[in-house]
Design a protein around this ligand. Structure first.
Ligand SMILES: [Zn+2]
Length: 163
């Protein structure tokens, strides 16, 4: 059972209590006045009333829905490099008589590695997208899906609790 301290008499009471069992104080009013926080870090704050994302603040009451969106970039440059590597490998295959047969495909391997290196720059980006009175807004962007998931879940919880 989660407990908190009554702000009037400092006795331990249940978190869900609307009236203190020790001093009889009305805690419902207190609970409404205390803005519940669902998520907080350096850049983001999600509470029952506000959603602060970097320098923008949105009122929770204006947010109709929240979703996770993703942007998957097309790795065109690595694709071209891989094509080159394949052609180089086919070309290398012609040198059967090469005295260094073991190293025949070394250049095509290097080109492949270069392609993989460039592939690192094409990462999927995740967004927290909200729908409010000004339409669909992309708020927070990250390559970390777990982080974006956490924010989306916190926002959804805040929307549910807001009612
Ligand atoms: Zn009390």
């Amino acid at each position: 059972m989660e407990v908190k301290i009554c702000p009037f008499c400092s006795e331990e009471i249940k978190v869900s209590a609307i009236k203190c069992k020790h001093c009889g104080s009305d805690l419902l009013k207190e609970r409404i006045e205390t803005d519940k926080v669902y998520f907080q870090d350096d850049q983001v704050l999600i509470s029952l009333t506000r959603f602060k994302a970097f320098n923008n603040t949105y009122a929770m009451k204006d947010i109709t829905s929240v979703s996770l969106e993703l942007d998957v970039p097309a790795p065109i440059i690595p694709f071209i490099i891989f094509i080159f590597a394949i052609f180089q490998a086919i070309f290398d295959f012609g040198f059967i008589e090469d005295w260094l047969t073991g190293y025949r495909y070394l250049d095509s391997c290097i080109i492949f590695i270069v392609g993989f290196f460039f592939l690192n720059f094409y990462k999927t980006k995740y967004f927290v997208s909200i729908l409010n009175n000004s339409g669909q807004v992309k708020t927070i962007t990250s390559e970390n899906k777990e982080y974006i998931d956490k924010i989306v879940n916190s926002l959804n919880q805040a929307i549910i609790d807001r009612g």
